[in-house]
Design a protein around this ligand. Structure first.
Ligand code: GH3
Ligand code: MG
Ligand code: MG
Ligand code: MG
Length: 312
């Protein structure tokens, strides 16, 4: 583990560095509070710091105060090193945000033990963060396709519509529905159907741009959100999606299958409500199904007079 030491006294600093190196830690040495504060703001700053209290330029307490004011879910574990051994001083150090303290002159066994406690605390917090992140991913992603789930993609739509409305930007959404998907399930079984869903998800992900959003909104329905600059027509995006799927054979456990999709596109360059744009995309999708499938249909309301056309 990388450990930061801030200590102006040479003897004490040398001793600390020596002991910690024998414990196989990598040491970042700083000689005063200013240097320590600099080092602790680095993106890859050490996760454990041993800070002397009395140092030139900036004392250890002030370093702690500043570090604790940073917004991070990975705060460093800080051991305060001090010659002040009055209870009131120790309480002040801990109250300011130190996790632990060592009184100088320190005992080597105690130093080792306290650093080890810090290491365990850091590991515990890492595990906690990892499991929180896993839960957050589960809450926002669909387990079959790993795309955003219905709730998450609708939340993105809400945000993107608000953003587009604020900046006067344009936004297009595409409601994508697999054609005759029930037939695939009926003919080849549900697992083959799942294979198709996964592959279509992958093709969609590969076909969109990095600032587009894509989610699984229902069984075999997907929603793509495409933020656009005012001058761009969205047609090319959705026709590319449709042909990418139609032109690629899906590899499934029942062999290669051809699958097509229908897309209902709605476009806006004026402030628009989530429900309104979804209703329009749904209506356009219904049209695409009714007029033969394997096509994109473009809704044309929510467009300021005399601006862009939605279709390619
Ligand atoms: P259309 O072209 O009109 O959209 O016809 P369709 O057969 O695709 O539409 P329909 O709504 O009749 O059928 C959708 C099917 O999708 C029915 C349902 O069993 C299937 N489905 C929904 N979710 C899943 C899933 O997670 N896995 C599989 N394998 N099938 C699913
Ligand atoms: Mg000092
Ligand atoms: Mg459907
Ligand atoms: Mg369908």
């Amino acid at each position: 583990m990388r450990i930061l030491i801030a200590e102006d006294d040479l003897t004490s600093r040398t001793m600390l560095a020596y002991v910690l190196k024998t414990m196989r830690h990598d040491i970042v040495e700083t000689l005063n509070g200013t240097e320590a504060w600099q080092a602790m703001q680095e993106p890859e700053a050490p996760r454990l710091a041993i800070l002397d209290w009395m140092m030139p330029e900036m004392d250890g307490l002030e370093v702690i105060r500043r570090v604790r004011s940073l917004k991070t879910n990975r705060p460093p574990y800080i051991i305060m090193l001090t010659a002040k051994d009055k209870k009131a001083d120790i309480v002040e150090g801990l109250d300011t945000g130190a996790d632990d303290y060592l009184i100088k002159p320190f005992d080597l066994g105690e130093l080792r033990a306290r650093v080890e406690v810090g290491r365990r605390m850091i590991e515990l917090r890492e595990e906690l963060i990892a499991s929180q992140e896993a839960l957050a991913h589960q809450a926002t992603h669909d387990p079959l396709t790993d795309l955003l789930n219905r709730r998450a993609i609708l939340a993105e739509l809400h945000k993107e519509l608000a953003r587009a409305g604020r900046h006067g930007d344009a936004l297009a959404i595409g409601m994508i529905d697999i054609d005759h998907f029930k037939k695939i399930n009926d003919t080849h079984g549900h697992q083959t159907g799942d294979d198709v869903l996964r592959q279509i998800s992958r093709l969609l992900t590969e076909s969109v741009r990095e600032y587009d959003y894509i989610g699984r909104i229902g069984g075999e329905e997907f929603l793509v959100i495409t933020p656009l600059k005012n001058e761009t027509a969205p047609g090319s995006v959705f026709d590319r999606l449709r042909t990418n799927i139609g032109d690629n054979k899906m590899m499934t456990k029942s062999g290669e299958l051809s699958v097509t999709v229908s897309i209902g596109v709605a476009y806006t360059n004026i402030p628009t409500m989530v429900d309104d744009i979804l209703t329009e995309a749904d209506a356009a999708l219904y049209q695409a199904k009714a007029t033969g499938r394997n096509r994109a249909v473009y809704a044309t309301s929510h467009v300021e007079e005399g601006t862009v056309r939605c279709a390619p």
